[in-house]
Design a protein around this ligand. Structure first.
Ligand SMILES: [Zn+2]
Length: 255
């Protein structure tokens, strides 16, 4: 087979995955054998779960499409790009359950605070993450691009920001979760749902001042931790308000 050339244009924020000096430029690759478009994309550093639309010479294709000759490849992330080709999008946006890798503890906690089901174990190894992801149908959150490129990963996202608050906003936008926010409905420690409990049933576990000032209590159905609208509550509420505002303003800018 004669060598041939593929040229890639990355849209939206996909050039995040390129080396700094390569950003904003067209990528050229020389190939000498039939190669799946997925392998071409990942050899440039972009994990497949980040790509929502692939156009090869203007036509939408899926990840298995084989490149056999000169080609212009355009890549779009979720939420950007052409209004056409709605049927050929490659990523689901309906995922609302996650598994986060061990480096994303604050993100996991933030998402739980907003009511989302996030499996998290700070000690989890890659294999465990993939097992939980597959077995429980969760999207993988990780900044390990190699892990995100693993063939079994269907839904996943690499947070761009180093900061948990911004990462949280990114995840809400990426998976279109705005309508699903349910703050204070899930245990921050173990991810289980709350149940309402009568004050009298938890009285022996409350500090004296808590007994006096608070009437409404919830209990985690798994670990038994008791929650109430205590002194942290105001701070948490303002954090949630900030996250909501940030998501709203970024959406307006994006439209
Ligand atoms: Zn719990």
């Amino acid at each position: 087979m004669n060598p041939f050339t593929v040229r890639l244009d990355l849209h939206g924020d996909l050039d995040f995955f390129l080396r700094t000096e390569a950003r904003g430029q067209r990528i050229e690759r020389s190939l000498s054998e039939k190669t799946s478009v997925k392998d071409v994309i990942e050899s440039c550093g972009v994990p497949h779960p980040e790509v929502d639309l692939i156009l090869v010479n203007g036509q939408p294709v899926d990840f298995d499409y084989a490149i056999r000759g000169d080609a212009d490849i355009e890549l779009y992330p979720v939420g950007t790009g052409t209004p056409q080709f709605k049927e050929q999008r490659l990523q689901a946006t309906t995922v609302s359950r996650f598994v986060a890798d061990g480096h994303l503890g604050s993100l996991a906690r933030n998402l739980r605070l907003l009511g989302f089901d996030v499996a998290y174990d700070s000690q989890a190894e890659d294999r465990q993450l993939l097992t939980v992801m597959e077995g429980e149908n969760r999207a993988l959150l990780t900044r390990d691009r190699r892990l995100l490129m693993h063939a079994v990963v269907r839904d996943g996202y690499c947070p761009r920001s180093d900061f948990p608050e911004e990462q949280t906003i990114e995840v809400i936008r990426r998976f279109d979760l705005q309508a699903l926010l349910a703050p204070f409905s899930r245990c921050l420690v173990c991810n289980a749902a709350f149940e309402r409990v009568d004050k009298k049933d938890v009285l022996d576990r409350l500090e004296p001042l808590t007994k006096i000032y608070y009437q409404d209590f919830r209990r985690c159905v798994v670990c038994g931790k008791i929650y109430w609208a205590g002194s942290h509550f105001g701070k948490l509420q303002s954090r949630i308000r900030q996250i909501r505002e940030a998501v709203g303003s970024q959406r307006k800018r994006g439209n």
